[in-house]
Each structure stands twice: as C-alpha cells, then as structure tokens.
Write a protein that binds this ligand. Structure first.
Ligand code: FAD
Ligand code: UDP
Length: 366
C-alpha cells in the first residue's frame, strides 16, 4: 500500500488531519472532488479582493490553542463581525443588543429594554422552548422575532421555524450593552490575504489530487491506503441505506461592481420574506480594502440535492433519527475516521472542525 491515510476532502478537517499525520511521519494522499483545495473556506482573488467563495467566513474562537494553531499559517487582522439586518428597507444592528433595541423601540437603557422584552414574553403561552420559534420568542420577544428572525430563518432553512431545533438561534448573542460584535469569543479576525494560505500551509508537502470523487473508484482508493479519513456526507458513504439526510444548500451569485463601496459593511442580512436572498456579502470590508472596485455575493438558500453542494446539516428530530443509525454504523467501522461538518453531520464552525480534527489525529496517532 502506497499510503498510510487516504483523506477524502481537502477542507479544514482533511487538511488539519493530513498536517498532523505528516508531522507524525505518515504518508497521506488527499483527494477532493472540487477543482480547488480548502472546501468551504476557499477564497478566490477578484479585482485584488479575497472573495470568500462559499460565503462569509469569520474566524472566531475562545480556545487559545486553536487560535495559536491557525496563527501559525496566517496573520489575522482585527476584523470584528457586525452585520446589519435590512427589514423592509430599515436597518437594524445585529446581534440583538442595545443598538437594536433602541432602533426598534427607542429604549435607551438596559432596564427599559428588559421591560419591553418581558412585556412581550409575558403574553406567550409557553415558558420552556421546544423549537427555534419558541426559543427565539422567549429570548427576545415578538417584535424582534417577527422582524429579524422568523422570515430569515424560514428562508434559510426552507421550513417553519417551529420545525427547527432551538440551538440554532442560540448561536446569536443577546446582550444588553451597545456592542455589535456578532460573537462572544475572545479571539476573532480574518486572515490577511484570505484562507487559502492556511490550507496551503497545512497541506505543505502533502500530495493532493483534485477533481476526484471518491465514489467514482472507491475500491481502488480503499486499497491504496491502510486507513481512510472521510469528510464527505455520511449518508452517501453508506449509500443512503437508512435514507437521505437533509442538507441545506446555497447558490452564490458573485458580482463585480464598479464602485468603491457598495453597502458600507461586509455582511447585510435581508430578514423579510419578500427578498429571496438571505444576505449580501461585500468582501473588501473583511480586509478594510481600498480597491477602486468591489465584489459582492448574494446568498440564495436552496435544498441541497444530488447536484448541489450540501452546506448545512439540518439537525431536526427527523434527521437526528436517521443520523443516529449512520453514527452507530460508523462507530463500528474499522479503519475509517469520519470527521467534519458533513461526516459528523454537525453545524460546526471552523474552530470546532479544527478542534475535532486535532482530537481525531491525537487519538489516532498516539
Ligand atoms: P468542507 O469544507 O465541506 O470540506 C469537505 C470537502 O470534502 C470538500 O472540499 C468536498 O469537495 C470534499 N468531498 C466531499 N465528498 C467528496 C467525495 N465523495 N470525493 C472527494 N471529495 C469529497 N465557520 C466559521 O467559523 N465562521 C464563519 O463565518 C462561517 N461561515 C460559514 C458560511 C457558510 C455559507 C458556510 C456554508 C459555512 C460557514 N462556516 C463558518 C463553517 C465552515 O465552512 C466549516 O465549519 C468548515 O469549512 C467545514 O470544514 P470541513 O472540512 O468539515 O468540510
Ligand atoms: N438568524 C436570524 N436572523 C439573522 C441572522 C441569523 O434569524 O439576521 C438565525 C437563522 O435561523 C440562522 C441562525 O440564526 O440560520 C444562525 O445564524 P448564523 O449567522 O450563525 O448562520 P450562518 O452564518 O451559519 O449561516
């Protein structure tokens, strides 16, 4: 056998695992069905701007080890994500904070804001959340739910907010300070010059073959390495034997615009139901760019099918039941490590994928 590990997928999970395995003296081959490395953190340079090809990627973590790990490969800038929400032409700050409360209700102190939210919560017929809608209403009340959450959520996930798990909305902070930072984490930033250098650093000296789908010649690839690290869809690995898991997809529409500053912010969310896209990203603002032109990306949500990339696992009860069956099988699988957003079927951010890959490599290579 030519390799110790065949790694399916050159995204963060595959690249971190490969890096650690190479450091431990192992021979790795990484394959990816796309025509570039990096999975969803891939950036493409357009007009001198690093375009986050698969949507806005802001690095954030509370874990100093993970922060130091990524800082080996890039210099991070001081970017702090502070998206705006556009609801029927009016702008509101995100995440939900004193600026948002002032814009909505004219309240100026935390006590006034708490009273306003408490009044709205008091009329709700439940006190414990059993889904995203109830969780959101209990956190921020009816006004914010209606203007900033319900329609965005239903567009993004293509289903009723009552059918989604509550943890999704808990990704967003609610705070009673005038602080528009979208994350609570201690460390945050964008790698100056984009994410590709992190992937290149991780994969330095490792053989990577692109435009290769593992399933086109599964037997050959499996016979070529002692072990497999698989970062694709877990249901596909098992040929959908317990049924297909739902994944949410996106269509990215990238445009070069002949002006210096299109929207004045990197991320603007469209939270009404009439606008079919969920957000517009203006990439130059991630790196405080001064270029003559700008590049923007519209994100249109869609159901991921056979021919569209899966981006988000849909972790509701229905899919959790199906996923548990695959998970049980995967635990018993000899010689295969499953990891990353698609193989673990988890709504992971980048720092969590890196942590998961570091743990998997530690367990494997000890
Ligand atoms: P992926 O990046 O999906 O990599 C998997 C790779 O495997 C892909 O390259 C794929 O082509 C390849 N592959 C799959 N099947 C096969 C096969 N059969 N044969 C060969 N190759 C295969 N995280 C943050 O921390 N901050 C953010 O701001 C943020 N924003 C995001 C915005 C969007 C729109 C999305 C979709 C994700 C965002 N994330 C963000 C999450 C982040 O992208 C992921 O956590 C991370 O990139 C996942 O890495 P991965 O290696 O698990 O998967
Ligand atoms: N969300 C919302 N309104 C917003 C932004 C987010 O209702 O303006 C909800 C929505 O359900 C979304 C979830 O919060 O799916 C998580 O948002 P996040 O920005 O973390 O999503 P991601 O960047 O992963 O797409």
């Amino acid at each position: 056998m030519e390799f110790d590990y065949l790694i399916v997928g050159s995204g963060l999970f595959g690249a971190v695992f490969a890096h650690e395995a190479k450091k431990a003296g192992k021979r790795c081959l990484v394959i990816d069905k796309r025509d570039h490395r990096g999975g969803n953190v891939y950036c493409k340079e357009m007009e001198g701007i690093q375009v986050h090809w698969y949507g806005a990627h802001i690095f954030h973590t509370n874990d100093q080890t993970i922060w130091r790990y990524v800082n080996q490969f890039a210099v991070f800038n001081r970017y702090t994500n502070s998206p705006l929400a556009n609801y029927k032409g009016s702008l509101y700050n995100l995440p939900f904070n004193m600026n948002t409360f002032y814009q909505l209700w004219g309240v100026k102190t935390p006590d006034e804001a708490r009273v306003k939210i408490a009044e709205q919560i008091a009329s709700l017929p439940f006190s414990r959340p059993s889904n995203l809608e109830e969780q959101a209403l209990l956190l921020v009340g009816t006004d914010i739910y209606e203007k900033l959450i319900k329609h965005y959520t239903e567009k993004q996930w293509g289903m009723c907010a009552k059918d989604l798990p509550s943890f999704i909305i808990k990704r967003l902070p609610v705070r009673f300070t005038f602080d528009n930072n979208y994350f609570n984490d201690k460390y945050q930033g964008i790698p100056e010059g984009g994410y590709n250098q992190i992937i290149d650093g991780l994969l330095d000296g490792i053989e990577v073959k692109l435009n290769i789908n593992f399933f086109d010649d599964r037997k050959y690839f499996e016979s070529n390495a002692h072990k497999l690290v698989y970062t694709g869809k877990i249901d596909e690995y098992y040929d959908y034997r317990f049924g297909a898991l739902d994944y949410r997809g996106l269509r990215f529409e990238h445009q070069i615009v002949n002006q210096r500053n299109f929207q004045g912010n990197a991320v603007v969310n469209y939270t009404d139901s009439e606008t079919s896209y969920t957000r517009i990203i203006e990439h130059k603002h991630f790196e405080f760019g001064e270029q003559e032109q700008t590049v923007i990306t519209y994100e249109y949500p869609l159901l991921a099918g056979k021919d569209t990339e899966p981006y988000y696992p849909v972790n509701n009860d229905h899919n959790t039941r199906i996923h548990n069956n695959y998970k049980e099988l995967s635990k018993r699988e000899k010689g295969v490590i499953f990891g990353g957003r698609l193989a673990e079927y988890r709504y992971y951010d980048m720092h969590q994928v890196i942590a998961s890959a570091l743990k998997a490599s530690r367990d494997e290579l000890k």
